[in-house]
Design a protein around this ligand. Structure first.
Ligand code: SF4
Length: 666
């Protein structure tokens, strides 16, 4: 019997119209757990690195994490993986909500899609009955509207539906997959779904999921629920409200936006408005938010309620959470009311709430700089809000200049030329990032941003505070109940961290400490993404209920796999290295590993080079960020080094000496 997982994947070949239920290898679960880990293995094994994102040979994998559907609170993430049209690297984007648990209850861990359908279709998965159904009548429909229509058509009101809107159908590089209660937005996952000709996947499942040692598992779940309650009632003192509790930033509850509006950038990540916030705006925004916010909602099996249903008069209801509340407002130099209105249209179109506003603000900047002209923008309104709607409509339809902008700022700038590249300045690995510009280089986040395979600065934050606390007493108080640290030394690093002086950024934490801190924070993300756990209850907040000390017991009691902290660390190291290997095979090298140029005003090139040198060494990678033969062998991944050798990425028997050679050349 298989525990926690179902032991079956659904394999769909759209070119042939073929559907197969395939038993999976339990050994892979021991090596990679599930979710992102096994997705990376499937991609490594089955998609040649030369494959274009829009090739029928590219796979689109929807995976439930290993613990999804079990009673573990917050285990509900779907991890969608493919080659991204925007970064050209392995893209993975996660959505919460209810889709992944439903898939597990239907009897599957993953849906692996290959080929392309000649006509628009949708998949209907209802336990053992799986169909590829015609979706031509949904062409051009909004993502939420499509989900409603499919539930009606199937007469299955409880089906969980993940759908694309017009943007995905038209292969907009920042198209999202929407699921009503969440979305997989980053890296153009929705464009690949559209390219394959799938409008939606509807899932309904009623089967049980087996747990190896139920009594032990439920006890652990209850402890987590108790801790969530405790943390929500006792916010961490001394940090911003969004970091003090659990979940994703509680933007649907918070109304005080002084910090965001005065510290984040407006427009295309260019301009700060230091005196924006005042009493009048606070009251107006509070009223706006309270008028449109109908209900706070949670994902499957979670009490935290990070999201809300938003209902703007005259528009259909949609879900919002997190910082997308402000991305459109601030990009358009507008008002919160505008942000809520345009986000409804954008959600139906199915576009990423971080990239899209920046792409539009980028277009307006180019227009104002004379790089784009009236000829490129015929009929564009003169007011900012009108311009944003005008641009959004053209981007999702790929009409006129919208066809160029639909490729995102990096690619659009290169197509437009005439100096447009200078305006596409807020990307990492060709992907737009949160418009945040700071003063002093933060060495921890320099490494996280530069090297993170998630390529998304809003989803890689971690359990080590982002800045030192001013007073020693505050730090001492903070470490008292800091049970999540994997090692006591992290408490000392934090206690000694000062806002000014010798032990301050950028030289403290030291390079060695930064490597260890980043490794810890990454480890937690890789565990979450394999288990399908919400980062908001684990890797993201400062003092979460899940951590390296209780995760092994969760995994063991759920799956029956013998797991301890060392074993779990080894699995995450393997998954981390495999993702790196997939991207190395796609051409990723050290030169690609950098944050947006002006993310920090004060930069330290020598220190940054040293940080990368030492971090690569710490990870067992060479000076180009390529895993060495030795480290691959330790992880049981000789198959990767053999492949690297065949492709000339590392050379023959002397792989490691060759890697050393890279260091000298750098
Ligand atoms: S913490 Fe928030 S985002 Fe995470 S599962 Fe719960 S409701 Fe969803």
């Amino acid at each position: 019997m298989r525990y926690a997982e179902t032991g079956y994947n659904l394999e769909i070949d759209l070119s042939r119209g073929n559907i197969e239920r395939v038993e999976t290898d339990p050994k892979l679960t021991e090596l990679h757990l599930g979710g992102l880990g096994t997705n990376a293995k499937v991609l490594w094994d089955r998609v040649a690195p030369e494959t274009e994102p829009f090739s029928p040979d590219n796979l689109l994998i929807f995976s439930a994490g290993l613990l999804c559907g079990t009673p573990a609170p917050g285990a509900n993430r779907t991890i969608v993986t493919t080659y991204s049209p925007q970064t050209l690297l392995m893209g993975y984007s996660m959505m919460g909500g209810f889709w992944a648990p439903e898939l597990k209850h239907a009897g599957y861990d993953k849906v692996i899609i290959r080929g392309k359908s000649p006509n628009l279709v949708y998949l209907s998965i209802n336990n053992d009955k799986v169909e590829i159904r015609d979706a031509s009548h949904f062409h051009g429909k909004g993502a939420g509207e499509t989900a409603d229509l499919i539930r009606q058509e199937l007469k299955e009101p409880r089906a969980q539906v993940a759908a694309i809107g017009l943007a995905g159908e038209n292969r907009v590089y920042f198209a999202s997959i929407e699921h009503g209660r969440s979305s997989a937005s980053r890296q153009g996952i929705g464009a690949v779904m559209g390219d394959k000709g799938i409008k939606a996947i509807a899932v309904r499942g009623t089967k049980d999921i087996n747990i190896a040692r139920p009594a032990e598992f439920i006890k652990l779940c209850n402890e987590v629920l108790k801790y969530i309650q405790h943390r929500q009632n006792n916010p961490v003192p001394g940090v911003m409200p969004i970091l003090a509790v659990l979940g994703s930033p509680q933007e649907m509850k918070l109304v005080d936006e002084e910090w965001h509006t005065q510290n984040f950038m407006w427009g295309n990540a260019r301009e700060r408005k230091k005196d924006y916030w005042n009493k009048e705006i606070e009251e107006k925004w509070k009223e706006t938010q309270e008028n449109v916010r109908k209900r706070l909602i949670s994902c499957y099996n979670c009490p935290v309620q990070c999201a809300a249903t938003i209902s703007v008069p005259g528009l259909s209801t949609y879900m919002m959470k997190c910082f997308s509340k402000l991305t459109y407002t601030m990009a358009a130099f507008s008002d919160l009311d505008f942000g809520f209105r345009i986000a409804q249209r954008a959600t139906e179109y199915g576009v990423d709430g971080y990239s899209t506003p920046q792409v539009m603000a980028f277009a307006i900047e180019l227009y104002e700089a004379g790089i784009l002209t009236d000829q490129n923008m015929p009929g564009m309104p003169s007011d900012n809000e009108g311009r944003f709607y005008w641009l959004l409509d053209r981007i999702v339809r790929r009409e006129g200049i919208g066809d160029v902008l639909a490729n995102g700022t990096y690619w659009a700038a290169r197509q437009i030329g005439k100096g447009a590249e200078a305006y596409a300045h807020n990307t990492i690995k060709k992907h737009e990032q949160l418009p945040l510009k700071l003063g002093m280089l933060n060495p921890i986040y320099f490494l996280m941003y530069s090297t993170g395979e998630k390529i998304n600065i809003t989803q890689i934050e971690g359990q080590f505070p982002q800045a030192p606390f001013p007073a020693k007493e505050e730090r001492e108080e903070f470490v008292k109940d800091w049970i999540q640290v994997p090692d006591e030394k992290f408490k000392k690093y934090f206690l000694d961290w000062e806002p000014r002086g010798e032990r301050s950024m950028p030289y403290y934490p030291t390079v060695e400490m930064c490597c260890e801190i980043v490794d810890w924070m990454e480890r937690m993300h890789y565990i979450d993404d394999a288990l399908g756990m919400c980062a908001g209850l684990s890797s993201f907040p400062l003092k979460p209920p899940y951590h390296i000390h209780n995760y092994p017991a969760f995994i063991s009691s759920a799956t029956g796999i013998d797991m301890d902290e060392a074993g779990l660390t080894q699995v995450t190291k393997r998954n981390r290295t495999l993702l790196r290997a997939v991207n190395v095979r796609r051409g990723l090298r050290r030169a690609d590993e950098k944050p947006p140029e002006d993310h920090w005003k004060k930069r330290f090139p020598e220190l940054e080079a040293k940080l990368l040198d030492e971090y690569y060494k710490f990870k067992g990678w060479d000076n180009q960020g390529i895993p060495t033969k030795k480290s691959l062998r330790e992880l049981g991944m000789d198959y990767v080094s053999e492949d690297f050798e065949q492709r000339g990425i590392i050379k023959n028997e002397q792989g490691e000496e060759e890697s050393q050679g890279h260091q000298d050349r750098c």
